[in-house]
Design a protein around this ligand. Structure first.
Ligand code: PMP
Ligand code: GLN
Length: 389
């Protein structure tokens, strides 16, 4: 057989699939891959079921159904004061993953540079490479995940086509501050680049921290695409409904790639997500508060066992320093060991680093699970480390 794609040939199966399979094999509690263990609101699911039976179930417009495009525009105005026009500034996609692929493939030419923060979500780099783009990494390190402004400045050049960033950030749990966003905005404007902002965890932000879309900063709307996903906002990760908000011309360029990737997305799910986005503020507050309570529960449990944990201001994930419980092997060895021996799966943070010299002493634990499941996982880990002495 002839060779596969040079880009994809370098990649194995994603760490999420690998750890989920291992968890199933060993009947471990899966705190690896990020998905809630309870489906989102019943009224949203009922709206999807009704739309499926009522129809039509034929191809919707490639841009998305008008109700959902309008609901995204209304959502962006309600939460961020953005002046978004549904018919020209919104594109519906098959999940944030397809949205990101459409943004990258629609905008990047071979040889263009893309600035990225590391650790980075797994699909970014392969898609950039498929487009022929050249990554310029800016490393963030635990426990504070701070940006070194000089390193960020140095990553930009006249070849920079875009910065691709993720806030709230997977796997770090970092929520970018206004000061950090101001620096990113300044550099992006200075280099006349685009910004692609993966904001799928926009409503999962804790305490006093606030999610600020880069797009809301002066001069940024005209060069930014904001990507979000119903999967996270409505705890329906299997639905794969994403949406992009971008200025008119940029939306058209992104849509050119989208039309050849998936073209369109299930109409019944789109209708239900439009209904969901219009939910009252209380729904969004409950989501944030319940996720924060889950973070607190898992964080306290991990600390009780002796783990030092990195900062976590948002997302589904908290990172634990495995060296703080005396483990001297790699994070990958640790995650395999606790899956097979303690019955709890996690994901090694080094899987999110591509450049040399990644830290190998952090494991990512997912906390979007029922409290009793989190307690059972803590008990299992506690027993395991007590036995190990
Ligand atoms: N970006 C980030 C940071 C994610 O964590 C995820 C998956 N949870 C995605 C994008 C993909 O979202 P979707 O499932 O809507 O494709
Ligand atoms: N975003 C999820 C995570 O980080 C995984 C999604 C996937 O499996 N592709 O765990």
């Amino acid at each position: 057989m002839k060779h596969t794609s040079n880009v994809l040939g370098a990649y194995g199966t994603t760490i999420f699939e690998v750890m989920s399979q291992l968890a199933v094999q060993h009947q471990a509690i899966n705190l690896g891959q990020g998905f809630p263990d309870q489906d989102g609101p019943e009224d949203i699911r009922a709206a999807a079921a009704k739309a499926l039976l009522d129809g039509p179930n034929q191809y919707p417009s490639m841009m998305g159904i008008p109700e959902l495009r309008q609901a995204v525009a209304d959502h962006d105005r309600r939460f961020y004061g953005l002046d978004v026009d549904g018919p020209t500034n919104v594109l519906v996609t098959s999940g944030a993953t397809e949205a990101l692929a459409a943004c990258i493939l629609g905008l990047v030419n071979p040889g263009d540079e893309v600035v990225l923060f590391e650790p980075l979500y797994d699909c970014y780099l392969p898609i950039i490479q498929l487009a022929g783009g050249i990554p310029r990494f800016v490393r963030l390190d635990p426990p504070n995940w701070e940006i070194d402004p000089d390193k960020l400045r140095a990553a930009f050049s006249k070849r920079t086509k875009m910065i691709l960033m993720n806030s709230p950030m997977n796997p770090t749990g970092k929520v970018f501050t206004r000061e950090e966003l101001e620096l990113i905005a300044e550099l992006t404007r200075q280099h006349d680049s685009y910004a692609i902002c993966d904001e799928v965890y926009e409503h999962i932000v804790f305490g006093e921290r606030e999610h600020i879309p880069l797009m809301t900063l002066p001069g940024m709307f005209e060069r930014t695409a904001r990507v979000a996903s119903a999967g996270k906002t409505f705890s329906l990760t299997g639905w794969k409904i994403g949406y992009v908000t971008a200025p008119t011309e940029m939306t058209a360029r992104i849509a050119k790639a989208h039309q050849f990737l998936t073209f369109t997305t299930a109409p019944d799910l789109q209708k239900a997500v439009a209904y969901g986005l219009n939910k009252e503020d209380g729904f969004y507050l409950d989501l944030k508060q319940s996720m924060q309570a889950k973070r607190d529960l898992l964080r306290e449990g991990l600390r009780g066992i002796g783990f030092k944990t990195a900062d976590c201001d948002g997302t589904y994930f908290i990172n634990a320093d495995i060296s703080s419980v005396g483990f001297t092997g790699s994070d990958e060895e640790f995650c395999r060991l606790i899956t097979t021996e303690a019955g709890v799966a996690a994901v090694p943070v080094s899987a999110f680093y591509q450049s040399e010299g990644a830290r190998r002493n952090f494991a990512r634990f997912c906390f979007c699970k029922r409290p009793e499941v989190l307690r059972a996982a803590i008990d299992k880990l506690q027993d395991f480390f007590a036995r190990k002495g």
